[in-house]
Ligand binder design. Structure first.
Ligand code: TYD
Length: 209
């Protein structure tokens, strides 16, 4: 069972994943969590290049390829082996982030990015993708007020973050069987109980014990 979490910066994914993992473990699932970009030794090095505020000269194509490089590594080194063992893998961002930010956000050719992602992931698709939906200006406000580090990606103009948001909604519409949208502009415990309900129902239907 491969579940990915998507959403704009500041939507609270990290906290929600931690709480959901804890909940699933109480239900006797073996749960593995990781975040992108990073999650592997090589991926973390790539992440540092991507997030470094010094790297203002980075071209959007360079950025796209670096995200894909980190992803290729985490798929082979981490995700596939854990899935093979029958674990539930919760991943903080995956290929849809590249579609949203580098595709819709930077207005690159979406079909090309899709093919690049197929190459990077070896076509490994999530079973379920949870979109923590939040207005981009609210997300950026949260980040600026101290919700984590302020990095090179956050510093992009609001217009890019708005295209990212619209891109997420468009992708969710195109593949409704994989995506679930949760309004992240609610107290964290409300968001968490919605996520628990969605994931519990999905597991009961698709992975009965
Ligand atoms: P991070 O600090 O992990 O932020 P968050 O908590 O919002 O996930 O930074 C990840 C940033 O990188 C975030 O702005 C989204 C961006 N990103 C892409 O642009 N493309 C990608 O493929 C991925 C995985 C992330």
């Amino acid at each position: 069972m491969f579940i990915t979490f998507e959403g704009p910066d500041g939507s609270g994914k990290t906290l929600q994943i931690r709480l959901l993992a804890k909940f699933l473990r109480t239900k006797d699932y073996i749960v593995f969590t990781a975040r992108e970009p990073g999650g592997t030794e090589i991926g973390d090095q790539v992440r540092n290049i991507l997030m470094d505020m010094k790297n203002t000269a980075m071209h959007p194509r360079t950025e796209t390829l670096l995200f894909c490089a980190a992803r290729a590594q985490i798929v082979e080194e981490i995700i596939k082996p854990h899935l093979k063992k029958g674990e539930v893998v919760l991943l903080d961002r995956y290929a849809d982030s590249t579609m949203a930010y580098q595709g819709y956000g930077h207005q690159n050719d979406l079909d090309l990015i899709r093919r690049l992602l197929d190459f990077a992931t070896g076509r490994l698709k999530p079973d379920l993708t949870l979109l923590l939906d939040l207005d981009p200006d609210e997300g950026l406000r949260r980040r600026q007020q101290g919700g984590g580090e302020w990095n090179r990606m956050d510093a992009y103009q609001l217009a890019l973050h708005q295209r990212v948001h619209a891109g997420y909604l468009e992708m969710a519409k195109q593949e409704p069987e994989r995506w679930r949208i949760v309004n992240a502009n609610q107290p964290p415990d409300v968001v968490q109980s919605l996520l628990r309900k969605i994931v519990s129902e999905y597991l009961t239907h698709n992975y009965p014990k």
